[in-house]
Design a protein around this ligand. Structure first.
Ligand code: RUB
Length: 332
């Protein structure tokens, strides 16, 4: 069935905004997906519970297929859909299903904001007066942590990498500078040059895997490597909904490949002749290169990621239920 049949134009527009990165950053994507499900609930013209569920599955699919890497998207959608399907199985009416969808969506969004607040408080404590912090890309959670440190009276400065090819680092630099934090914007390849002067690296995350690796904007792993060499600590700010349940089962994280035109303008590509352009949007930083992951549950060593997955997602060794609910929901 075509996507347009069960979900409306507004939901398709939201999906397009995520795909085209008008809405971006893992936390924002997760919250946007939740708002999409809520929109479905409030606008669905389904005549009965069964067709409401069909439409909900369609909304789920449309939103899930926008960007492949950030697990906040799948976790948000699964969080909501799991609750609705459970209510449906228990015989809930159409109106109750609508209400369950709205409540689950609101709950996800509220949890997200409160997680970011907690992380900022935990993270801010790790920042000291006089620190030089390096950050990469534009992580709302890393920025919120830096702003909380500033609010609590810490004086420090920041190096922001520009983050080729889409220059999200400029957004970060501007945001921090506007709040009175001294910022220097550098090209990505200058990260190692500056690293010996840096006290801490603070970045966000799109995915934390079961073995404590962090998937974040392309270039993060190079910065972590340079930090390890210079014995600079690397902190990752990640809400627990950035932890990936499917990696417990050995699934690999899909790295989004974006268009070559983000790297070289379309009209200049022919000038390069027979050159292939690769544009992976994310990379994987192994656990050994990360000193701590700051979550709303507390600051953990990356090796403890599996404990978060067990506690937050109910994973128990050998239990199929976990896989069914969070990895490959039946009927999709
Ligand atoms: C954004 C990016 C951010 C993480 C964390 O990539 O890699 O570091 O998503 O962000 P893109 P947040 O610009 O391709 O979406 O802390 O806001 O969730």
């Amino acid at each position: 069935m075509g996507a347009g049949f069960l979900v409306d134009v507004e939901l398709l527009r939201l999906a397009e905004d995520i795909k085209l990165m008008r809405i971006r950053g893992a936390a924002e994507i997760g919250r946007a997906a939740a708002s999409g499900m809520k929109h479905y609930a409030l606008s669905s013209k389904a005549p009965d519970a069964a067709s409401y569920i069909d439409g909900l599955n369609e909304a789920y699919r449309v939103l899930l297929n926008t960007r492949p890497t950030a697990v906040s998207l799948a976790n948000s959608l699964n969080y909501i859909r799991h609750r609705v399907l459970k209510a449906h199985k228990e015989g809930a009416t159409l109106e109750v299903l609508r209400q369950v969808t709205v409540e689950a969506s609101d709950a996800f969004v509220a949890t997200s904001y409160s997680a970011v607040k907690r992380i900022s408080e935990f993270g801010a404590r790790r920042i000291r007066n006089g620190d030089l912090i390096m950050t990469h890309c534009n992580s709302s959670v890393a920025i919120s942590t830096l702003l909380e440190a500033k609010r609590s009276g810490k004086e420090f400065s920041v190096i922001a990498t520009e983050t080729r090819p889409r220059f999200q680092g400029r957004i970060t630099a501007k945001e921090l500078a506007e709040k009175g934090i001294p910022v220097t914007l550098i090209v990505d390849s200058a990260a190692r040059y500056f690293m010996p002067k840096v006290d801490k690296v603070v970045v966000g995350s799109d995915v934390v895997t079961a073995n404590g690796a962090v998937v974040n904007k392309i270039g993060t792993s190079l910065i972590a490597l340079a930090a390890k060499e210079a014995r600079v600590r690397v902190y990752v700010c990640a809400e627990t909904y950035k932890f990936s349940p499917s990696t417990v089962m050995g699934e690999l994280v899909e790295i989004e490949e974006r268009p070559p035109t983000e790297v070289v303008p379309e009209e200049e590509i022919p000038l390069l002749g027979n050159v292939r352009i690769a544009n992976p949007a994310f990379d994987v930083t192994p656990a050994e290169m990360i000193d701590a992951i700051i979550t709303e549950r507390g600051v953990i060593p990356p090796q403890a990621a599996i404990l978060i997955l067990m506690e937050e997602f109910g994973y128990r060794i050998g239990e199929e239920y976990f896989g069914k609910v969070f990895v490959e929901e039946e009927g999709v």
